[in-house]
Write a protein that binds this ligand. Structure first.
Ligand code: 8GT
Length: 133
């Protein structure tokens, strides 16, 4: 099982989504940016480190949102999602090929990695979009 932390990064009422680049596992899928937690590292610090490495931005990890355990055919992941505040830095892509700042009601337009889908539904429900299946 791989421990992964992902950020629900907020700016001006929108959330940052990133699309996985061509050479990656789950290429072309949209995700909440983040990455693998290293041994001995807290989820909060891992998230800030990954966002700096992958997107070149400074963030502050805020509260825990939810976790989902998902079994892909090749790997099982424990995906922990945290709300995260964007602090500074201009986004510079390395592992992703596209980003978008998205309003909550538009989240379902994106083809998410499977492990993220329960998190997306929970997020939408939390903000009052209840009539979704
Ligand atoms: N960062 C991130 N990874 C996710 C999400 N959903 C999801 O299934 N994953 C999976 O979790 C794993 C860890 O993410 P990662 O971005 O560090 O993976 P990676 O293989 O690019 O890392 P690496 O190249 O440094 O080894 C990947 O298999 C990725 O597909 C998500 O929302 N955010």
């Amino acid at each position: 099982m791989i421990d992964v932390v992902a950020g629900i990064i907020w700016k001006d009422g929108r959330i940052l989504l990133a699309r996985r680049g061509k050479q990656k596992h789950l290429a072309g899928k949209w995700e909440f940016p983040g990455g693998k937690i290293e041994l001995g590292e807290s989820a909060e610090i891992a998230l800030e480190r990954e966002l700096k490495e992958e997107l070149s931005i400074q963030t502050r990890t805020e509260d825990f949102f939810d976790l989902n355990i998902h079994h892909y055919s090749s790997v099982s992941i424990k995906l922990q999602a945290y709300n995260s505040a964007y602090i500074s830095g201009e986004i510079c892509l390395s592992d992703h090929d596209k980003i978008e700042w998205v309003e909550i009601q538009d989240l379902l337009k994106y083809d998410f990695a499977e492990a993220d889908i329960p998190l997306v539904y929970k997020l939408m429900q939390k903000f009052g979009y209840k009539d979704i299946n």
